[in-house]
Design a protein around this ligand. Sequence first.
Ligand code: GDP
Length: 508
Amino acid sequence: MSDPTIAAEIPRRRTFAIISHPDAGKTTLTERILRAGGAIQMAGNVRAKGERRRTRSDWMNIEKDRGISVVTSVMTFNYGGCVFNLLDTPGHEDFSEDTYRTLTAVDCAVMVIDAAKGIEARTRKLFEICRLRDIPIVTFINKMDREAQDCFALLDEISNALALDVSPATWPVGRAAKFAGIYDLRTKSLHLKEELPEDDERLALMREEVELAEVALPPFEKEFFDEGHLTPVFFGSAMKEIGVTDLLDALAAYGPPPRAQPSETRDVQATEETVTALIFKIQANMDPNHRDRMAFARVCSGKLTRGMRLKHVRTGKQFALHTPQFFFAQDRQLVEEAFAGDVVGIPNHGTLRIGDTLTDGEDLRFTGVPHFAPEILRRVRLDDAMKAKKLRQALVELAEEGVVQLFRPQDGAPPIVGVVGTLQLDVLQSRLQAEYNVPVGFESTPFTLARWVTGDKAALEQFEALNRSAMADDLDGDPVFLAGSGFMMNRAVEMNEALSFHDIKQIG
Ligand code: GDP
């Protein structure tokens, strides 16, 4: 039986993340977007980060102390007839794995660029992740109320640095302290903060530049945008609230709506009636007294409703959705159903893991959620031997949550944790202390590189036997080879042609 609500709801879903280099203005833009979407209450929270954090568990203090945002979450709001799901990503690059996973759950990314600084290192890196999946990118050039680079130079830089066509959607009127608003190239309308006289020199300059831009730069073509080859560019100032609604209007107008999600067997279309969802993020509950965890699931197809029983494909067991949480800023209680593109939080006690698939019966596993080979490997030092068992359990739980990666050496040595950035170790240490009452330290290991090893069974077993002290099993029991240097890793790769060594593992 076909459900008409699915056909009606899918096209009006917009699920996106904001990618940027720290300080470009992501937090400010997020707040302005939420305000424009009427989610003022939420916006208040974004701003009052410090306030909110004070009530959370101890490890959150790391965020507060260092003024960084560790937590990924989702903010849902209505705007322009669309339902927007804005997935927040951690700003600090030590938590980049989290960001990458979140990007597997979006249909579009807004790339925020500081008008004075242009493309920066982290913007570029995050962009590359989006490109891997051909995620359409909308560009917002922020801080036009300050000294900025020449607009053409900025557009050139984006185009060259990212090998991407740029199409200006708006053009700034005035610069720096005299930034007055924008001109919309498609509707040919002016959106100004204040009235300007017809002969204002800022308008004259804008007309001159727009004329040139229209000749020199490609027009917006939705098809190229959808394929991730062309980015529409919006100029503005998040702080002065200029250009923000133009950005949202564009997202509402030309999407993109939820995309198909790749699985091992087939691409699942958003418009399918069958219910599917992908777990892309696990977060500890903010209450340290409960071991509840929140799994964030992106609905990939069908209609998900409260109380529904779904199949947890990895274990084959039934999973009842008793209390899915929706993150609408308004009318929180009224929302009982979610569609493709929506993100719901599912409280659980550790059943759900990153990369898991939930369906209404089909044996289907989504792919594409990555684990990255850690760049820092440390042995966990436990001072109180009585707590060894508790530590083992805690490490598994925190690794399932994605705080660190856990490697169990095959020779029985104490566990090794792997991280991409050292802040992850700080989070692990303070959470072990605060939530499990297990104080630990970290010791160096002889290893600097980790690679997942796959290949012919006999060859793999032989390799493991020969390298026992450098072999470990990851959380899923998959074998990992640890090496002390790039030289040693290369040697292992060269000498074992029957095996493959991977620096990215697709979960699922
Ligand atoms: P994030 O690190 O990307 O989240 O950046 P924030 O939103 O925290 O902004 C970094 C700094 O730039 C803060 O001091 C903001 O007040 C400032 N900022 C953000 N947007 C603008 C803008 O449009 N104009 C100006 N002048 N400053 C801005």
